[in-house]
Design a protein around this ligand. Structure first.
Ligand SMILES: Cc1ncc(COP(=O)(O)O)c(C=O)c1O
Length: 432
């Protein structure tokens, strides 16, 4: 029996962290308002709460227009339809992100082109984009991950130079600002998710923001089953589905948005305190601080783990040990998308993969992005934002558990098998 919980010792933290999502009386009142008004759905379009939320959310991100939709994946898909991505067009995406960034590209029968991430930010490496541009490229879809931004100072002029559009995947970036401009307002459109883990949530939900009225109208018609948009200045009709958000969800989002700045502040204070505890601990690192981020979106907190400084004890063992010490965290949070279980695709389902090519593209075999692979399989450790919402004692308990595992790292030697089982158990716990 060792000192670590994974080898039979006492866990460092026994109390569970407060659950996420959280709510107050504001959500209850907002829900009651919908209930008694008898207008529960998205028709007449837009609903009162959806309309109010869309406007406030856009304004909060310095954009002119905002439209609620029913998920973040639909938000990306609607944004792709807004810029008229056509079958066979290529869209540049980061290799390290959730599959939900890439699925919408395939669903409009476009071709995702994977580009590696920057090791300092874990976001799309702007330096590598130009070499991935071909005559078929139509758009760049950067994702703002790990409380960092893809380098929009490079990406937007590059897109302009090559006549490409930019859609920002802001599923992790609610409230974030780059040089005082809101996430999603710098590219042509921004797509957000309000799925349960997100910084504001209605269980599910999404939003698209933009400064371009024509794109906004196209989003509205696409997500409202092809009906005319509210302003209908450009008279677009796009075959779409009912992707509207219901009023109960929009009402909850309104209440959550009010609370976001205050919660973001608490998280940031706690993160700063956590980092001062960590100092320059051997074996661990952080993503590079970015002064151009003028308002932080404290969503997924990333620690880097360097096995080579830790006697080659793999990340899986470190993460499993930390989980059993009572600290929820994730190692294999994302895989490089081309290696995920989405692939291989049946080329019959995605005809554009074959057009103009001797054989269908096999997206799984075509790519090897070393920085994404390292982050995914060896280096990144993700902590949910809600761990940073309580008092200082919560972050102290995370730091204490980390130091305990590091001090007893030798106990992890040879425990890879147990580590993987423990990670699986812990993830299931959190999802239940
Ligand atoms: C990076 C990223 N993109 C897109 C999405 C899609 O959002 P949703 O799950 O609401 O469809 C998510 C959500 O988890 C995400 O994390």
């Amino acid at each position: 029996m060792g000192k670590l919980a994974i080898t039979g010792g006492e866990p460092s933290r026994k109390k569970r962290f407060d659950a996420w999502p959280m709510y107050t009386e504001s959500e209850r009142h907002a829900l009651e308002d919908v209930l008694v008004n008898h207008n529960w759905g998205g028709q007449p379009f837009p609903g009162k709460h959806a309309d109010a939320f869309g406007k406030k959310f856009a304004e909060f991100h310095t954009a002119k227009y905002g439209q609620c939709v029913n998920t973040g994946t639909v938000a990306i898909q609607a944004a792709l339809k807004a810029i008229d991505i056509r079958p066979g067009d290529e869209v540049i995406v980061p290799a390290y992100t959730w599959e939900g960034t890439v699925g919408p590209v395939l669903l409009v029968n476009a071709v995702p082109v994977f580009v590696d991430i920057d090791p300092e930010t874990y976001c799309l490496d702007a330096k590598l984009i130009e070499q991935a541009i071909t005559p078929r490229t139509r758009a760049i879809l950067p994702v703002h991950l790990g409380m960092r931004f893809a380098d929009l100072d490079v990406i937007t002029p590059l897109a302009a130079k090559h006549k490409l559009k930019v859609i920002e995947d802001c599923a992790h970036a609610h409230g974030g600002m780059w040089r005082d401009k809101g996430a999603g307002s710098i590219g042509d459109l921004g797509a957000f998710s309000f799925q349960s883990s997100k910084l504001i949530t209605a269980g599910e939900g999404g939003a698209v923001i933009t400064n371009n009225l024509e794109y906004f109208e196209r989003v509205q018609t696409y997500i409202n089953a092809g009906r005319a948009s509210v302003t209908d200045k450009f008279h677009h009709r796009i075959i779409g589905f009912n992707y509207r958000l219901g009023e109960f969800q929009a009402a909850v989002l309104g209440a959550q948005l009010e609370r976001l700045p205050e919660q973001a502040q608490v998280r940031q204070t706690n993160m700063a305190s956590f980092e001062s505890r960590l100092g320059n601990t051997r074996g661990l690192g952080l993503l590079k601080p970015e002064p151009r981020i003028t308002r932080l979106a404290p969503y997924g907190y990333v620690l880097k783990y360097f096995a080579e400084q830790m006697k080659e004890i793999p990340r899986a063992a470190f993460v499993a040990a930390l989980q059993l010490e009572g600290i929820p965290c994730d190692g294999l949070f994302y895989e490089p998308v081309y290696r995920s279980s989405l692939f291989p695709l049946n080329p019959g389902d995605f005809p554009a993969l074959s057009w103009g090519r001797p054989a269908p593209l096999d997206l799984r075999k075509m790519y090897k992005c070393p920085v994404s692979e390292r982050a995914a399989y060896h280096e990144a450790i993700w902590f949910s934002h809600h761990l940073f919402l309580g008092g200082k004692e919560n972050v102290d308990s995370i730091a204490d558990a980390i130091f305990k595992v590091l001090e007893n790292i030798e106990e992890l030697r040879g425990l890879e098998h147990r580590a993987i089982t423990a990670q699986g158990q812990s993830r299931a716990d959190r999802e239940s």
